[in-house]
Design a protein around this ligand. Structure first.
Ligand code: ADE
Length: 228
């Protein structure tokens, strides 16, 4: 969402903004690191389309950030989930004998995040947001805003997911097909329950700010590793 990159965009130096179909991409330097920043909009189709555009533009690693609804009862608003892997909870080809969530032709139910990116994101998140609970866990993506305890229980039981959002696993699927490393970093805006829609509005700013801090920390760590 625009409010999720609003804090990063003004920090981009030597900014070159250009249009790729419906998407506005921004090349530039963030704290000295070359990046391409873009807003994808809501949902799996937008996420897949933007990811494809970014990979065709030459992006070599994808860090997807934003807010999510918490599913793990240990997590509260403002806490952070770094993806171990991601599933598409709304894919259902069970009538043809596939396990729920499996996209025919893909390997297994989940796409695995890049382990180096995820390990760095986890460490950095703990460092730069010390008052948040930070964990590595499964991201459940689907074209639905989850705001219901029964759905939370279902996503926990079926997928052992730590958080619910609407894009991550689509980014993961496209990156996996291209062989490009990816990670999703989500800060929680709500608990995906009956209060989720109110909490989402109230806490998105806070949660997005936290995600931004982690992205900057990850970039700093990646470039210092390149130099060693
Ligand atoms: N993004 C933020 N909160 C969410 C929720 N509860 N469900 C899906 N996506 C979200």
């Amino acid at each position: 969402m625009p409010e999720e990159v609003a804090t990063l965009l003004p920090l981009l130096q030597n900014r070159d903004s250009f249009q790729v179909g419906p998407f506005e991409l921004h090349d530039g330097f963030l704290d000295g690191h070359p990046v391409t920043l873009a807003v994808c909009g809501v949902g799996k189709a937008n996420a897949a389309a933007l990811t494809q555009a970014m990979l065709m533009h030459g992006c070599e690693r994808v860090v997807f950030t934003g807010v999510a609804g918490g599913l793990d009862p240990a997590l509260s608003v403002g806490d952070i989930v770094v993806s171990s892997d991601a599933v598409q909870h709304d894919v259902d080809v069970t009538a043809l004998g596939y396990e729920l969530g499996v996209v025919p032709g893909e390997e297994g139910v989940a796409w695995t995040a890049d382990q180096q990116l995820a390990a760095i994101a986890l460490e950095v998140a703990k460092e730069v947001v010390p008052d948040a609970n930070v964990l590595m866990g499964r991201v459940a993506s689907g074209d639905a805003f989850i705001a219901d305890d029964a759905r939370v229980a279902e996503l926990r039981t079926r997928f052992s997911a730590a958080c619910a959002e609407m894009e991550g696993a689509a980014v993961a699927q496209v990156c996996a097909r291209w062989g490009v490393p990816w990670v999703v970093i989500r800060s929680l805006s709500d608990a995906a329950n009956g209060e989720a829609s109110m909490d989402f509005r109230a806490f998105t700013q806070l949660a997005a700010g936290r995600a931004e801090k982690v992205v900057r920390g990850v970039l700093a760590r990646l470039s210092s590793e390149r130099q060693h």
